[in-house]
Design a protein around this ligand. Structure first.
Ligand code: YXS
Length: 259
């Protein structure tokens, strides 16, 4: 059973996350299919790609597959982690990618949505940044993506509380382009996609790459980077990191002791 479905309608490609029994948890296998789907749609000359969950989904994506988070002292979000590869893959896709969101979005799936170029969300959808809830030392590139996606104080509230935030608030702080009634979700997304397909694909691809390169032009002192990495290492070597994953798997609230 595919974990991702890819379809083309005219110049618009659609990728539907279809790993429903695990609420579209972003594991290695799903991400491989996602990146393969994008490549296949681009090979069919898709001018816009829509990334969605099935209609009526309660959960758009439950985030990184917790069962694939390493517990043997390895960094949980390295450059080659599937989630990191998916985020880069979407940013490097020359065609615009629109996240069409219905349902709840969790953890790394929020970063996946933020890596898309536009976000159209239903009024009932929610977004929760969960590193602090799971005890995960999120990586520098990911935190930078959060910072660039919305107002800093809002991102801090999302990260420090780990509580689901309603789409309307996410939109007010720049995380979402449009919030619409669920029955208008597809029409609004298709209208935006249609408007883009009528414009020059090469200019759009150039503008997307210019914005990506300029946004990424953040000088970071190597020593500062190393200091952050050592702070992260202390956390993914900590008992609290193990506790966060164990609590999830045991379906209970975590008991973080700061160790
Ligand atoms: O018990 P089975 O085998 O049926 O599987 C259950 C869940 O374990 C599984 N599942 C997941 N598996 C791996 N990774 C996940 N993130 C994940 N989420 C869910 O899916 C099956 C059905 O889930 P269940 O029974 O909990 O469904 P529900 O309808 O009662 O609740 C839906 C959710 C989404 C509210 C609930 O599944 C949930 O809270 N999921 C975790 C959301 C979350 O905290 N995600 C963050 C993952 S970690 C991450 O993204 C980053 C590393 S970070 O945290 O740093 O941002």
């Amino acid at each position: 059973m595919p974990l991702v479905q890819s379809t083309m309608e005219g110049p618009v490609g659609t990728i539907t996350l279809a790993y429903l029994e695990k609420h579209n948890a972003l594991g290695k296998a799903l991400i491989e299919e996602l990146l393969g789907g994008i490549a296949s749609l681009l090979a069919q000359e898709a001018r816009v790609i829509i990334l969605r969950a099935p209609r009526g989904a309660k959960v758009w994506s439950a985030g990184h597959d917790v069962r694939e988070l390493p517990t043997d002292g390895r960094d949980p979000l390295t450059y080659d982690d599937p989630l990191r590869r998916a985020v880069r893959g979407i940013k490097e896709t020359p065609a615009p990618v629109i996240a069409m969101v219905e349902g709840s979005v969790w953890g790394g799936a929020c970063e996946l949505v933020m890596s898309c170029d536009l976000v159209v969300a239903s009024e009932q959808s929610t977004f929760a940044l969960t590193p602090a809830k799971l005890g995960v030392p999120y990586d520098v590139a990911g935190v930078l993506n959060f910072m660039r996606s919305a107002n800093l104080a809002f991102i801090k509230e999302m990260l420090f509380t780990a509580e689901p935030i309603a789409a309307k608030r996410a939109c007010a702080f720049g995380l979402v382009n449009h919030v619409v009634p669920v029955e208008e979700l597809e029409a609004t997304t298709n209208r935006l996609a249609g408007a883009m397909t009528r414009n020059s694909p090469h200019v759009i691809a150039l503008l997307k790459e210019e914005l990506h390169v300029l946004a990424a032009a953040t000088p970071l002192d190597p020593e500062a980077f190393e200091r952050i990495q050592s702070l992260r290492r202390r956390i993914y070597d900590s008992a609290d990191y193990q506790e966060g994953i164990r609590a999830f798997l045991e379906r209970r609230a975590p008991r973080f002791e700061g160790r």
